[in-house]
Design a protein around this ligand. Structure first.
Ligand SMILES: [Zn+2]
Ligand SMILES: [Zn+2]
Length: 122
């Protein structure tokens, strides 16, 4: 006994999802939060390389910027970032910034901390 199956002719065809992009902004991926700090200023970053179990800090840490581990060339994002304390940017205290290990320096071909000087109070 065959039961005639009425096949619906109105099959729902799933249309390919069109990307809802404005089309104007190219190369603008949604910025993922790669670092705890998301501000525009410098921050005091704490870095930890899992590969060599090494930890370091940098007073020139930026939002969504990694620093390269000196020992294994791994790109490490800071696990902790603090607002710079007074004196952290002090020239006397400042350790020489490894521009070759800093993403921001590498990408801008300059010293990232120079961009933070002179300070503007808003
Ligand atoms: Zn390492
Ligand atoms: Zn830098």
């Amino acid at each position: 006994m065959v039961i005639p199956v009425k096949s619906s002719t109105k099959e729902k065809i799933v249309a390919p999802v069109k990307e809802e992009s404005t089309g104007h902004e190219k190369e603008m991926p949604t910025q993922k939060k790669l670092t705890p700090y998301q501000g525009k200023r410098r921050a005091f970053g704490h870095f930890y390389c899992e590969e060599c179990d090494k930890e370091w800090t940098s007073a020139n840490s930026w939002a969504n910027c990694y620093q390269i581990c000196r020992d294994c060339d791994t790109c490490v994002y800071p696990y902790k970032q603090l607002k710079l304390q007074k004196g952290d940017g002090d020239k006397k205290k400042r350790k020489p910034h490894r521009t070759d290990l800093c993403q921001r320096c590498i990408e801008t071909h300059s010293c990232c901390w120079l961009m933070d000087w002179p300070r503007k109070k808003s």
